[in-house]
Design a protein around this ligand. Structure first.
Ligand code: ADP
Ligand code: MG
Length: 240
C-alpha cells in the first residue's frame, strides 16, 4: 500500500529525513515513535504530499508521488489524515464538516453524504452531536469527528499524527478505542503516537525514529522486550 525507498528531505540546510525506507502492506498497522523533532510528522506529511521530499521514491498503491498533480490527487483521495489539532472547520456543524469533502470533491449527492456521515458518527460513538459546532464539543469528541470526517472519504489508508497528545487524559481512551475499532476492522494504519498500550494492542510493527532516520523496526513485544539499538532503549526507558 505504501512504499518508501531512500526518502530524503531537507528544510533548507536541515536534513530532516535521511534515507527512510519502509513498506506498509494492506491491512498492516504501523506505530511510529521517537523523540520530538525526529521527523515523524514530516514523514507522515510526505505520504500525502503536505510536504515534498527531495530524493528517493514514495509510492502509494503503486502510484508515485511526483510532480504529476493527477498522481497527488489520486493518492490524497485514498489517504485519510488525522492531526494532533483536529483541524475542523469551526463555522460548520459536525454534519457539515463531514459532508463537505464528499459533496465538493467526490460529488456525492448531499442526502447520500449525510446518510454516510451519520453512519460514521455512529461508528465513532457520537451520533447525537451531528448538529453541534466543533466549539461545543470536548476535545475527545472533536477528534472523533475528525476521524469520522476522514472516514467519510472512504480511504484505504489512515495516517494519524499524535491524535491524542492534545487531549486531556480522560479523553485519550475514547479516541484510542475508536482507533482500535478501526484497526480491528482491517484498516491500513500508520500512526505516530506515544501511546504504548495502544501500540502493544494493535501494532503489527513499530518503527522507532531518531534524528531523521529509522533506527529500528520490530513487532511491539520484541521492541519493548529487546530493543536492539541503544537509542531505542533510551527512548523507551522514558515513555514506558
Ligand atoms: P516530530 O514530529 O518527530 O517531532 P517533525 O517532523 O515535526 O518532528 O520535525 C523534525 C525537525 O524538522 C524538527 O527539528 C523541526 O524543528 C524541523 N521542522 C519541521 N517542520 C519544519 C519546517 N516547516 N521548516 C523548517 N524546519 C522544520
Ligand atoms: Mg510531530
Amino acid at each position: 500500500m505504501i512504499e518508501l525507498s531512500g526518502v530524503n528531505k531537507w528544510y533548507g540546510a536541515f536534513h530532516v529525513l535521511r534515507d527512510v525506507s519502509l513498506t506498509v502492506a494492506k491491512g498492516e498497522r504501523i506505530v511510529v515513535c521517537g523523540p520530538s523533532g525526529s521527523g515523524k510528522s514530516t514523514l507522515i506529511r510526505c505520504i500525502n504530499r503536505l510536504e515534498e521530499h527531495q530524493a528517493g521514491t514514495i509510492r502509494v498503491h503503486g502510484i508515485p508521488l511526483d510532480q504529476d498533480v493527477r498522481h497527488i490527487e489520486a493518492i490524497r483521495r485514498d489517504v485519510g489524515m488525522v492531526f494532533q489539532s483536529f483541524n475542523l472547520f469551526p463555522h460548520l456543524t459536525v454534519l457539515e464538516n463531514l459532508t463537505l469533502a464528499p459533496v465538493w470533491v467526490k460529488k456525492t449527492p448531499k442526502a447520500e453524504a449525510e446518510r454516510l456521515a451519520r453512519q460514521y458518527l455512529e461508528r465513532v460513538r457520537i451520533p447525537e452531536q451531528a448538529d453541534k459546532y466543533p466549539g461545543q464539543l470536548s476535545g475527545g469528541q472533536q477528534q472523533r469527528v475528525a476521524i469520522a470526517r476522514a472516514l467519510c472519504m472512504n480511504p484505504s489508508i489512515m495516517l494519524f499524527d499524535e491524535p491524542t497528545s492534545a487531549l486531556d487524559p480522560e479523553m485519550v481512551k475514547e479516541v484510542l478505542d475508536v482507533m482500535v475499532d478501526l484497526a480491528q476492522g482491517g484498516m491500513t494504519m500508520l500512526c505516530v503516537t506515544h501511546e504504548m498500550g495502544f501500540a502493544r494492542r494493535v501494532a503489527d510493527r513499530m518503527v522507532f525514529m531518531d534524528k531523521g532516520e529509522i533506527v529500528e523496526v520490530a513487532p511491539p513485544a520484541e521492541l519493548f522486550a529487546n530493543p536492539k539499538s541503544e537509542r531505542t532503549r533510551a527512548f523507551l526507558g522514558q515513555v514506558l
